[in-house]
Design a binder for this molecule. Structure first.
Ligand code: PEP
Ligand code: MN
Length: 263
């Protein structure tokens, strides 16, 4: 179902009054984690003013250490809804447990499946039974074939609303957090009709690399980007070093809009 051979036209995913995969370039921005009402609403308002088209923010966080901040969970979802109400931005947030699917379907606009759950087939099968747009991140060490098969699990259940996200893969290089596989963009475009966006934040781990990797993603034909933005990166509860400030985000959007269609 994800194969371009059986579906030559690009898939355009409709989310609220926006689309991903068509003419509009998607800019999903927001903090790694929702931390407080003040934090998420302030960031949502500023990224909206700069031109973001979606708000991101983690409520359920898949952290490497069980002792690290795990997210505000249900309270985080409520704060995201509040930020959506204040700004009109559709919300994108990560799901961890099949038991929460009903709540996610009701509360959020795009359900993110994180890199660590790309091959959680039980979760993918359940998401396939919904009709929600799913942002499927590439697994930490997954091949393009495995990634497309994960999309196939969702689509096999009847949900064709899948957006792929390249977020960097594990290589021998450890200077950057991961290695951004830009060649995944033309590869996916050749093999599949699904939209593909790039996450320069998790791919590199460095805020100063966000702008150049966004520009590279546009040059390679991506349908959008997902960027971590924090109003106080030094104090962020998660992923501060790769988060850009709202002021910097504004500059990055101004640069991107010279090279792509941003409303
Ligand atoms: C995230 O987007 O917050 C996240 C955890 O990303 P990834 O699954 O790509 O590591
Ligand atoms: Mn993060």
């Amino acid at each position: 179902k994800a194969n371009r051979a059986f579906h030559p036209a690009n898939s355009i995913i409709q989310i609220a009054d926006r689309t991903i995969g068509g003419e509009e370039f998607a800019i999903i921005a927001g903090p790694c984690s929702v931390e407080s009402e003040e934090q998420i609403v302030e960031i949502a308002k500023s990224v909206k003013t700069s031109g973001a088209t979606f708000l991101r923010g983690g409520a359920y966080k898949p952290r490497t250490s069980p002792y690290a901040f795990q997210g505000l969970e249900e309270d985080g979802l409520d704060l995201l809804k509040l930020a959506r109400q204040e700004t009109g931005l559709p919300i994108v947030t990560e799901i961890m447990y099949p038991q929460t699917i009903e709540k996610f379907v009701e509360d959020v606009d795009v359900i993110q499946v994180g890199a660590r759950n790309m091959q959680n087939f039980a979760l993918l099968k359940e998401l396939g039974k919904t009709n929600k747009p799913i942002l499927l991140k590439r697994g930490l060490s997954s091949t393009i074939e495995e990634w497309l098969m994960a999309a196939e699990y969702i689509m096999a259940g009847g949900n064709d609303n899948v957006i792929l996200c390249e977020r960097g893969i594990r290589t021998f290089e450890n200077y950057t957090r991961n290695t951004l596989d830009l060649s995944a963009i033309p590869a996916i475009k050749k093999l599949s009709h699904l939209p593909i966006i790039i996450d320069p934040s998790h791919a590199t781990g460095f805020s100063y690399m966000v702008e150049p990797m966004c520009m590279a993603a546009i040059a390679a034909g991506a349908d959008g980007v997902i960027i971590e933005v924090h109003n106080n990166p030094a104090k962020a509860l998660c992923d501060g070093p790769q988060s850009i400030t709202p002021a910097r985000f504004d500059e990055v959007v101004r640069k991107m809009e010279k090279y792509t269609a941003i409303e």
